[in-house]
Design a binder for this molecule. Structure first.
Ligand SMILES: Nc1nc2c(ncn2[C@@H]2O[C@H](COP(=O)(O)OP(=O)(O)O)[C@@H](O)[C@H]2O)c(=O)[nH]1
Ligand SMILES: Nc1ncnc2c1ncn2[C@@H]1O[C@H](COP(=O)(O)OP(=O)(O)O)[C@@H](O)[C@H]1O
Length: 186
């Protein structure tokens, strides 16, 4: 089991977590572990592709490795989901908030590779508007206590994590490439 690795992509809203997860899939064929949420799909998002979209009731039918409330919605990831991805690939990725990242680090130790994403606040506001996030929801999300918290590296992180400042997307992807090279030689 321990030649298996999970790349845990974390950071505040709009910092580029999903973008990096997609890049890992496209360039390295690294599958993304899907998680469950009670928030509604955004335009362009689909069930079983971006998330397992749940109601408050169906959300409780799964059992979770870790679960959180984020800006008024529930999110959770399951051990089965991770295992299913590990069945088909040695390196997989998952996108979670920092609380989730801490849980993965605690459970999987060095097999959990943390990438903490950071971006300038003004750039984030602009990018989320372009992403098509509805204005009121966007503001609520940006102001949420969880999102404020996730703008900084939590003190609970153990020393080994990668921090990527996502300004120029080309440079960001180069940073990700270096992370993958490092993981692969380990
Ligand atoms: N801990 C945890 N966080 C999750 C899970 N699924 C998604 N998240 C996080 O929940 C937060 C909100 O996600 P989302 O609604 O997609 O908004 P976004 O960050 O603006 O794309 C993000 O930080 C996600 O990484 C999960 O299963 N567990
Ligand atoms: N470096 C970048 N420059 C410009 N736009 C970006 C950059 N990185 C991501 N984006 C765009 O910003 C929006 C938010 O990125 P996303 O990956 O959805 O963030 P997150 O998953 O962290 O909320 C998306 O529309 C994405 O295409």
């Amino acid at each position: 089991m321990m030649n298996k690795k999970v790349i845990v992509i974390t950071g505040a809203s709009g910092t580029g977590k999903t973008t990096i997860s997609r890049y890992l899939k496209e360039k390295y064929n690294i599958p993304q572990v899907l998680t469950h949420t009670t928030r509604l799909p955004r335009d362009g998002e689909a069930n079983c592709v971006d998330y397992y979209f749940e109601t408050d009731e169906t959300f409780e039918h799964n059992h979770y490795l870790e679960r959180v409330e984020y800006s008024g919605h529930k999110y959770g990831s399951s051990e089965e989901g991770l295992q299913k991805s590990w069945d088909v690939a040695d390196i997989v990725s998952i996108v979670v908030d920092t609380k989730g990242a801490i849980a993965y680090q605690e459970k999987y130790g060095d097999s959990a590779i943390i990438i903490f994403m950071k971006a300038d606040l003004d750039a984030v506001a602009e990018r989320l508007k372009l992403r098509g996030d509805e204005k009121a929801r966007l503001e609520q999300r940006i102001k949420s206590q969880e999102n404020q918290r996730d703008r900084e590296v939590p003190k609970e992180f153990q020393r080994n994590y990668y921090e990527i400042v996502n300004k120029d997307i080309k440079k960001t992807k180069e940073c990700v490439d270096r992370v993958i090279e490092e993981i692969k030689v380990k």
